[in-house]
Ligand binder design. Structure first.
Ligand code: MG
Length: 301
């Protein structure tokens, strides 16, 4: 059985048909937030209910616990210096792993109230960190701890780590989750997993035009609806295609929004990232496991 469903030849050019999906590790409860660290040639990801970070050493293929407990980390990304930026559920903060090995708080509150539970983050070329703050880490004692929200909703924020300036950039979503910029950073894509809290809502991804100031966005519009379950985390390749998580596969949407193909995954996909020395290996977190597959594209650099 093929690992692919090719719906459009544009997708056919983005994959290596003989390349097979590999399960590199299993044994987690809910894995998320993979990030590839080029200088270390390792992948770090979250196993949220177990309150731990896992690490795959890419050359030898060994996996070990990287850190536990850890504030129930969820999403991760890298900044321009190669430092890991983390979204923490029970930590209720965005933090950064400094070169000395310590986690430093970058932001933990807005207008005097603690964040809900930062979920996923992306770093823009100007160094700003854009992150989502849904309530999953304070809704239960499984992926964090039950705690009251101190915000008036779940929003998207922009943090300038140099000045500490923190602004709300999107306030019209229910549960903003994964997010990523288009290669030229003129567009910001954000998944809304509000269907977990609003009956009848669909898994949708919205797209927002980045304003001329580069620090805010204009009015958003629907970009794509998920064909199975919900979009959670996703990444954008150098051609602007969106590689998105879903219940049954990694779904690839072209910049025009059309679904052009799928990589079939035997567990519910939560998130993914491009890795390897050439960034052409897709690392995929899906429920209990870490998967990988080589693809014929890479993110913009
Ligand atoms: Mg997420």
């Amino acid at each position: 059985m093929s690992d692919y469903e090719i719906l459009d030849e544009r997708f056919g050019r983005l994959i290596h048909r003989p390349a097979r999906l590999e399960r590199l590790w299993t044994g987690g409860r809910w894995t998320e937030g993979p990030v590839y660290v080029p200088a270390a040639r390792h992948v770090i990801w979250s196993d949220i209910p177990n309150n731990r970070l896992m690490r795959l050493e890419e050359v030898e293929g060994r996996t070990a616990v990287f850190e536990t407990p850890c504030g129930h980390h969820n999403g991760h990304t890298l900044d321009a210096e190669g430092r890991i930026i983390a979204c923490e559920h029970s930590g209720r903060r965005v933090s950064r792993l400094e070169h000395d090995g310590r986690w430093r708080t970058l932001a933990d509150s807005f207008n005097g109230g603690r964040f809900n539970s930062p979920n996923d983050a992306v770093v823009k070329s100007d160094g700003s960190i854009w992150f989502t703050d849904p309530t999953y880490g304070i809704d239960s004692d499984y992926e964090g701890y039950i705690m009251p929200s101190e915000q008036d909703g779940a929003h998207v924020y922009r943090l300038d780590p140099a000045s500490g300036a923190l602004t709300r950039v999107i306030t019209d979503m229910v549960q903003p989750n994964g997010l990523a910029f288009s290669p030229d950073e003129s567009l910001l894509y954000v998944a809304d997993t509000g269907a977990t809290h609003v009956p009848g809502m669909k898994g949708e991804m919205r797209v927002y035009p980045v304003a001329a100031d580069g620090a805010s966005v204009g009015e958003g519009r629907p970009f794509a609806t998920c064909g199975a379950g919900l979009f959670d985390g996703f990444r954008v390749d150098r051609h602007g295609n969106i590689w998105a998580s879903s219940e049954d596969s990694v779904r690839v949407h072209a910049p025009d929004g059309s679904l052009i193909g799928r990589i079939l995954i035997p567990e519910i996909v939560s998130n993914l990232c491009f890795g390897g020395p050439n960034r052409n290996r897709l690392y995929i977190t899906a429920t209990t496991s870490l998967y990988a597959i080589y693809v014929n594209t890479a993110p913009a650099r």
